[in-house]
Design a protein around this ligand. Structure first.
Ligand SMILES: Cc1ncc(C[n+]2csc(CCOP(=O)(O)OP(=O)(O)O)c2C)c(N)n1
Ligand code: SF4
Ligand SMILES: [Mg+2]
Length: 268
């Protein structure tokens, strides 16, 4: 049976329709089919926001996505945009090379928390410290979703995962890494923000953050990072309908939502 997904709302066949008033309305021409992720997953929402933003900025033809490995990795098959898929955690370094060779391109990474904060922590930190003019996008669900829901470096204390069934405990597992705060502390960054897609308001706010991040890249301000907290009901052991509420009460209260760095409007 075909799963009903968020992207079912996108009609890629018939003639263009009037602009939608829905919060997430990706341009049909950029999404080539249905995704295969779980019902209630937040990652397809983030994908739509990214593609909508590139479309609205008019930079689709010169955009290049650099994608890591996780559930979102399957998006490379359905996003009609130039994409390079790299080894785990290496997306910021690959993005660096692409941007330096093609400085007129708009380069962004799409990575999970396992990919960025576990497997490739040094990559994003060094890329930020170098002030590379790329946009890194983190889809943070606090688990290695694709491999069954194991604990990652961003799993919050008390959160149950496949490898912390009683909840993450600091004494045994250590503390979570607030990656956006780390990146925000570095001098090479132009924009850093953390959003969430658990509510309609959060979706709209996250889209504004993505726009500012890409505008920062277009203005040559250095590395921009948008961390998007995304639901993973499967990895969290909750029904799909309870994913947004669980996220609001757990990850969002720990990490906090908002802009951490914004150089827009600063005088040099
Ligand atoms: C070098 C290497 N390490 C680990 C894996 C297994 N692996 C593939 S996807 C993945 C999970 C990535 O998790 P995350 O980046 O958080 O993405 P999510 O699935 O949660 O969206 C892992 C551990 C692998 N294939 N190769
Ligand atoms: S396991 Fe989690 S991140 Fe992966 S598709 Fe399912 S809900 Fe989404
Ligand atoms: Mg993850």
């Amino acid at each position: 049976m075909t799963q009903r997904t968020t992207l079912d709302l996108v009609d890629t066949s018939g003639p263009p329709t009037a602009p939608s008033t829905e919060v997430a309305s990706a341009h049909p021409s950029l999404i080539l089919g249905e995704h295969s992720l779980c019902p209630g997953c937040g990652e397809p929402v983030a994908l739509r926001l990214i593609l909508e933003t590139l479309q609205e900025l008019g930079v689709v033809q010169r955009s290049i996505g650099v994608v890591g490995h996780g559930c979102y990795g399957s998006f490379v098959r359905i996003m009609d945009i130039d994409v390079l898929q790299c080894l785990h955690g290496r997306a910021p370094s690959c993005a660096t090379g692409i941007k330096r060779v093609r400085p007129d391109s708009v380069v962004f990474t799409m990575q999970g928390d396992g990919d960025m904060v576990n497997e490739g922590l040094q990559e994003v930190l060094h890329t930020a410290a170098r002030g590379e003019n790329v946009t890194c996008i983190l889809l943070n669900n606090g688990v290695f979703g694709d491999t069954g829901g194991q604990q990652t470096a961003t799993t919050v204390l008390g959160q149950r995962t496949k490898t912390s069934l009683e909840g993450r405990a600091a004494a045994e597992h250590g503390y979570p890494i607030p990656i956006s705060d780390l990146v925000a502390s570095l001098q090479g960054v132009g924009y850093v923000a953390r959003g969430a897609v658990s509510t309609p308001g959060g979706v709209a706010q996250t889209k504004r953050m993505l726009r500012r991040a890409f505008e920062s890249q277009l203005a040559g301000e250095g590395l921009s990072l948008v961390e998007i907290l995304t639901m993973c009901p499967t990895g969290w052991f909750v029904p799909a309908s309870e994913g947004p509420g669980y996220q609001s009460e757990s990850m969002e209260t720990v990490y906090g939502i908002g802009e951490l760095v914004s150089r827009r409007g600063e005088q040099s």
